[in-house]
Design a protein around this ligand. Structure first.
Ligand code: IPD
Length: 269
């Protein structure tokens, strides 16, 4: 089977990074701000990033590694790793267990391997390989229900980086979706939101202003589960959108076409 060495490397790196982060949970300290008081990396983000990069480099010394804290700039490579050493940094820093390590391999225009490890949430470890299915702690995820409607679903979103006009834009959709869904959550980890859609726990997840390392691994879980992810208008999503200027993705992922269509109608209204 293809990509087994890459999967093994992604899982090893996710576990090692995640164990380090868990061991330091409660001792988080801010390393640097990235332009706003909300946007920061902890020392543990940096260290986890280093642990993961070292493991990938050992097995694949020639691969480019795009990573949130050590190498966030886009370079055009046919093959690259995409790493978020702590997705949910603010949760981590505030003692909330909803955070994870997220690692993906991109090759030939597709996400081929994904691993998402939440060390403080029952050690949940999601993984997927393109064409080979999506798994949680080694067990294949259950099939998604194709006919469930928005009114019977919980939807997740996020608005972390938004201020001013952008905040108004994302807040505009919130009550409209809340009125139609069972409920809404803002979990603080896009990677876990996507995994939770793939696992059938959430009906959908949407957010704008997000980056490739937040979503790459989770997007593969979604497609392996026959869910779908697009931009807000329902068009295919370029996960490197805004590549020359720090990235700016808007993503809508849903567990079925019905929920997806209902939310596209709202997001484009
Ligand atoms: C953040 C999380 C959060 C989302 C933010 C992301 P980070 O990632 O995914 O859920 O709302 O937009 O930046 O910074 O914790 O890796």
């Amino acid at each position: 089977m293809k990509y087994q060495k890459e999967l093994h490397t992604a899982l090893t790196a996710a576990r090692k990074g995640g164990r380090y982060v868990k061991a330091n949970w409660g001792a988080a300290s801010i390393n640097n701000f990235k332009g706003s008081y909300k946007d920061y990396a902890t020392k543990q983000d940096i260290q986890s990033n280093q642990i993961i990069v070292d493991i990938i480099k050992k097995s694949f010394p020639d691969d480019y590694i795009l990573s949130e804290e050590l190498c966030p700039g886009f370079e055009d490579h046919d093959r690259m790793w995409i790493v978020d050493p702590i997705d949910g940094t603010r949760n981590f820093a505030h003692g909330i267990p909803n955070f994870c390590v997220s690692i993906a391999l991109w090759e030939g225009g597709k996400i081929r391997v994904g691993a998402v490890y939440a060390p403080c949430l029952n050690n949940e470890l999601f993984h997927a390989v393109h064409g080979q299915g999506a798994f949680l702690n080694g067990k294949r995820l259950p099939r998604l229900r194709p006919r469930v409607a928005l009114k019977s679903s919980i939807v997740a979103t996020g608005f972390f980086y938004h201020n001013g006009k952008e905040l108004t834009f994302s807040m505009k959709h919130f009550p409209l979706i809340l009125n139609k869904a069972t409920d809404m959550i803002r979990s603080g980890s896009a990677a876990l939101d996507l995994c939770n859609v793939a696992a059938g726990r959430l009906g959908a997840y949407y957010e704008s202003g997000i980056k490739p390392w937040d979503v790459a691994a989770g997007c593969l879980m979604i497609t392996e589960q026959k869910g779908l992810y697009t931009d807000y208008a329902g068009n295919s999503l370029d996960i490197f959108r805004g590549r020359t200027n720090g990235f700016a993705i808007e993503i809508l992922a849903a567990k079925n076409r019905r929920i997806h269509g209902e939310i596209v109608d709202i997001l484009t209204s």
